[in-house]
Design a binder for this molecule. Structure first.
Ligand code: SF4
Ligand SMILES: [Zn+2]
Ligand SMILES: [Zn+2]
Length: 417
C-alpha cells in the first residue's frame, strides 16, 4: 500500500546561499532595526534545537519557562546586572538591593532554595570588584553603550510559510505550516482565523531570518588588544573543553565588525562562581575550623575571624594557604580567535537557522538521554509521555517566558547542576 501526499505547493529549501553569506567579501549581512516580520534565531535557540527538538518546542513555540528559575540562574542574572554597573562605573549596590528586596518578599520555602542570597551575593560581588579594580581594561562603546550590545543581523530571506509566498491569506483556510495540526502560527487552531494581508511577512511573501544576540562587552587591554568579553556564572568553574567548542564566542566575533567594533583579537571569558566562599565553622572550643579542604578565600576567612573577635595571628598558617584562592571563584581566560574557524561555524549556524525556519514548528522529537537530567522541561515532558494532566503541570510549574521579552535573557548564564 502506498500513500501519496496531495501536492500543496512545494517549497525548495536552498542551503547553498549559506555558503555565500559566510564569505563576507561577497555578501555583507544586513544589520536590521525592525524585527517585526523576522524569525529570530539566537545561539541558545540553535543549541536547544540541536540538543532536543522537544525542549526547543517548549521554549520557542510554546514560549514557556520554569516559574522559579534554578538558584544558579537567578544568581547569575543578578551578578550580570551588577557587573554591568561596574563597567559603567556606577555603584552596583542599588541593583543588588532591588533583588534583595524581591528576595525578602519571597516565601520561606522559596528563599531556602536561594540560600543566604543577600550575604552571598554581596561577598561574591565585593570579591569581584577587589579582584579586578586595576585590570587595565577599557570598555569600548557602540551606539552610546558600553555593555549589553544587542544585535540583529539578517542571515537569510525565505519564502513565507504561512501564505506560501502570496502575501495573502484566506480566513478559514487550513494552516499551511502545520497542515491543520495546530502550531503557534495558527494559535493551535489548525486554520487561518483572519484573512487578508499575511501578518507574518507583512504581505511581502518572504520573511527574513535574523541572527539575534547580545554581546556582554568589548574591552581593550593595556597592550591595545581587543577582547570580546563574556561573563559566565557557574556553580563550579568549567573545564577546558567548554571553550574551544564555544559557538557563541565565534558568532559574536563574526558580528563585532558588523556592529561597529574592531575585529577582536580573542575572547575573554570572565568566570564567576555563583557559590559564595564558605565561612569557616566555629568549633565548640570557640576557635575557627582550619580544615584543609575549605572552599573559601583569604578575605572571607579573615572577615570571619574579625566577626568573632578572634586574633588573626592564630590563623596565620591557614590564611597563608588561602592566598591566591580567589582563582577558584573568579577566573579570566583569554583565548585568541582564529580567523579560519569563523567561516565554518557561521555556515553551520546559518544552515541550522534555516532548519529551524522550515521545521521549527513541526519537529517535536524528544531526545531522551543524559541531557534530560538538567532539562527545565523534564516535568512537563515526562507528564506528556506518561499521560498525566499536562495543563495542570503547565499552569503550576511554568509561565510565559521572559526570554521572549528580552531575547537574549539566559544566554549569559550557563547552568551546571
Ligand atoms: S526532558 Fe529530555 S526529551 Fe524531554 S524536552 Fe527535556 S531534553 Fe527533551
Ligand atoms: Zn506571508
Ligand atoms: Zn498551524
Amino acid at each position: 500500500m502506498a500513500f501519496r501526499r496531495k501536492p500543496r505547493g512545494t517549497i525548495k529549501i536552498d542551503f547553498s546561499a549559506a555558503v555565500e553569506l559566510t564569505q563576507l567579501k561577497q555578501v555583507s549581512p544586513v544589520t536590521i532595526k525592525d524585527l517585526t516580520h523576522y524569525v529570530k534565531i539566537s545561539n541558545s535557540r540553535i543549541k536547544k534545537w540541536n540538543s532536543c527538538k522537544r525542549a526547543h518546542h517548549y521554549a520557542f513555540n510554546e514560549k514557556l519557562e520554569k516559574k522559579s528559575p534554578p538558584s544558579s540562574l537567578y544568581k547569575g542574572k543578578i551578578i550580570h546586572e551588577c557587573i554591568e554597573d561596574m563597567i559603567y562605573g556606577r555603584d552596583w549596590r542599588p541593583t543588588l538591593q532591588k533583588y534583595i528586596d524581591e528576595y525578602n518578599k519571597m516565601f520561606e520555602e522559596e528563599k531556602e532554595q536561594y540560600g543566604n542570597l543577600p550575604e552571598d551575593l554581596t561577598t561574591i560581588l565585593e570579591g569581584y570588584e577587589r579582584m579586578y579594580k586595576d585590570d587595565g581594561l577599557t570598555y569600548l562603546e557602540a551606539n552610546g553603550k558600553k555593555a549589553e550590545h544587542d544585535f540583529a543581523i539578517e542571515i537569510g530571506q525565505e519564502p513565507c510559510l504561512v501564505c506560501r509566498g502570496s502575501g495573502e491569506v484566506t480566513a478559514g483556510a487550513v494552516c499551511n505550516v502545520c497542515k491543520g495540526e495546530g502550531c503557534s502560527y495558527c494559535n493551535d487552531l489548525g486554520q487561518v482565523s483572519e484573512g487578508g494581508t499575511c501578518s507574518y511577512c507583512g504581505g511581502e511573501g518572504t520573511r527574513g531570518i535574523a541572527l539575534v544576540g547580545k554581546i556582554d562587552a568589548v574591552a581593550q587591554d593595556r597592550n591595545g588588544r581587543v577582547w570580546l568579553v563574556e561573563h559566565k556564572s557557574f556553580k563550579k568553574l568549567p573545564d577546558e573543553d567548554f571553550r574551544w567548542t564555544n559557538q557563541q564566542a565565534t558568532i559574536y566575533a563574526w558580528v563585532m565588525p558588523q556592529i561597529g567594533f574592531p575585529k577582536p583579537d580573542g575572547v575573554m571569558w570572565d568566570y564567576i562562581r555563583t557559590k559564595a566562599p564558605t565561612k569557616p565553622e566555629l568549633l565548640k572550643s570557640g576557635a575557627l575550623s582550619k580544615r584543609k579542604n575549605i572552599d573559601t578565600t583569604y578575605e572571607t576567612y579573615l572577615k570571619t575571624i574579625e566577626e568573632h573577635g578572634l586574633d588573626p595571628a592564630d590563623y596565620e598558617d591557614i590564611l597563608e594557604n588561602l592566598k591566591g584562592n580567589e582563582h577558584n571563584f573568579y577566573r579570566r581566560i583569554y583565548l585568541p580567535i582564529r580567523e579560519n574557524i569563523i567561516e565554518p561555524v557561521i555556515r553551520d549556524v546559518i544552515n541550522t537557522a534555516k532548519e529551524i525556519y522550515y521545521l521549527g514548528e513541526l519537529l517535536k522529537t524528544r531526545n531522551l538521554g543524559k541531557d534530560c537530567k538538567i532539562c527545565p522541561f523534564k516535568q512537563l515532558c515526562q507528564v506528556e509521555i506518561m499521560g498525566g494532566d499536562v495543563e495542570f503541570i503547565k499552569k503550576t510549574q511554568y509561565r510565559p517566558s521572559t526570554y521572549h521579552v528580552n531575547v537574549e535573557e539566559g544566554e549569559h548564564v550557563d547552568e551546571e547542576e
